[in-house]
Design a binder for this molecule. Structure first.
Ligand code: GAL
Length: 442
């Protein structure tokens, strides 16, 4: 019986992932094993914005090693906007800022690679990047050659600013990403790259990117820029709660870079931010100043039990809400998103409870409200923040005094049949009947 539960869902989701991979490979050929799980790493934008240079990148990479972030799995160091000269070279090439990146980009990626990281870079599908540097419109092949074949970057965040007029672009929102996708595919197939480039779409405009992002990229931004306020965290969770099924091995909703360590989030809010991003299988890109990181922030970023779920290489599904909680199911509420979530994982069923209220509260659920739980079984409970085994749950679970804006993350595993004689016969009374047709729910 145990095998039916454990193996069944795994096989089902594996084949969905496989179909997705085949479909997207048919379109662009980039999903061949690279970034099968969400990318973990660092990005310069949230903290440093345009104040970046080569030394910052190397210092950041060194800090990622010394702080234990590399050991925890963070293996990309990504440069965001503002790295370029405002003008292309006389032959049309992108050029790095001659002062801030004076040693050149090949030198930089060599150093980043030597420290054991992959290196990411930023570009734009339009005339200009969002900070006014050259975009790649009508330069896609040339820029792909420069950034990836010549300079050796491994990852491209591709933004959405300064889109040419309709009469010029003559493309839809997906179409404007196709030339760069094709350019990357050409490089991968003509032997210019040792590995395909990870293509991260920064399509934050309303475009239903979650419906088509997997045809072109490994991840796709679903919402506007994150800020370091709880209101931003809650609103991104709310938006993404409706599109969790878009995420799989072949690509995933990108909830934007982590704001942990920036601004004035409480410890509980920061834990909720990290847990939701990780368990919803978003890429996790650290966006704070590592030279001033607190032990508190570091302890959150290096929670290996949470990271293991984000990086699950067997089970790609995101957690999804099974009950919205204080709101009726399917309510969209940017301040009070869904509270009760679950999903499958390689090592058990994951539960995430978010107390969206401004006061502490108890949070209760019946186990079989989650589609990943078997009726009539009891489950061992692992707390992924306390790192403790918390006994056995029979029928239901209550988390007591969950702090305001706090989170509970649990891993449940089948630990045998539930004790005999529990009443009522069905914890969730939906069409539950005895053999002779007596419905217990009337
Ligand atoms: C925005 C993007 C940010 C950052 C910024 C750089 O469009 O959403 O994440 O990349 O551009 O200018």
């Amino acid at each position: 019986m145990r095998r039916i539960f454990v193996v069944g869902p795994r096989l089902a989701s594996f084949s969905i992932g496989l179909i997705g991979a085949i479909l997207s490979r048919g379109v662009h050929g980039l999903s061949n094993g690279v970034a099968k799980v969400p990318v973990l790493g660092y990005n310069t934008w949230n903290f440093f914005q345009c104040n970046i240079d080569q030394d910052l990148i190397i210092d950041t990479a060194n800090l990622m090693v010394s702080l234990g972030l590399q050991d925890a799995g963070y293996n990309y160091v990504n440069i965001d906007d503002c790295w370029a000269e405002k003008n292309r070279s006389s032959t049309g090439e992108l050029q790095p800022d001659s002062v801030r990146f004076s040693r050149g980009m090949k030198n930089l990626t060599d150093q980043v690679h030597a420290l054991g990281f992959k290196a990411g870079i930023y570009g734009d599908s339009g005339w200009f990047t969002c900070a006014g540097y050259p975009g790649s419109f009508e330069h896609e092949d040339q820029d792909a050659q420069t950034l990836f074949a010549d300079w050796g970057f491994d990852y491209l965040k591709y933004d959405n600013c300064a889109i040419p007029f309709d009469t010029i672009i003559q493309q839809g929102t997906m179409g404007k990403y196709v030339p760069m996708s094709n350019a990357l595919q050409n490089l991968a197939t003509n032997g210019s790259l040792s590995e395909p480039v990870v293509f991260s779409l920064c399509q934050w405009g309303w475009s239903q990117v979650w419906l088509w992002g997997a045809r072109l990229g490994h991840s796709w931004r679903t919402t506007g820029d994150i800020s370091s306020q709880w209101s931003s965290i809650a609103s991104i969770i709310n938006f993404n709660s409706f599109i969790t099924q878009a995420t799989g091995f072949y690509g995933r909703n990108d909830m934007d870079m982590l704001q942990l360590g920036n601004g004035n989030m409480t410890f509980d809010e920061a834990k909720t931010h990290f847990t939701a991003w990780a368990l919803m299988k978003s890429p996790l890109l650290i966006g704070t100043n590592l030279s001033a990181i607190t032990n508190e922030t570091l302890s959150i970023l290096t929670n290996k039990e949470i990271l293991a779920i984000n990086q699950d290489s067997v089970e790609p599904d995101a957690v999804s809400p099974f009950r919205w909680g204080i709101n009726p199911d399917w309510t969209s509420n940017s301040s009070f998103p869904a509270q009760y979530w679950s999903g499958p994982s390689e090592n058990g069923t994951v539960f995430m409870l978010i107390n969206t209220l401004d006061t502490p509260s108890d949070m209760f659920f019946n186990l079989t409200e989650s589609p990943w739980i078997r009726a009539g079984r009891q489950y061992s409970v692992r707390d992924l923040w306390a790192h403790t085994d918390n006994g056995t749950a029979v029928r239901n679970f209550t988390a007591t005094s969950v702090p305001s804006h706090g989170v509970v993350a649990l891993l449940l595993n089948d630990s045998g049949e539930e004790p005999l004689g529990i009443y009522p016969q069905c914890a969730v009374w939906f069409s539950c009947s005895s053999e002779n047709g007596t419905y217990v729910d009337g």
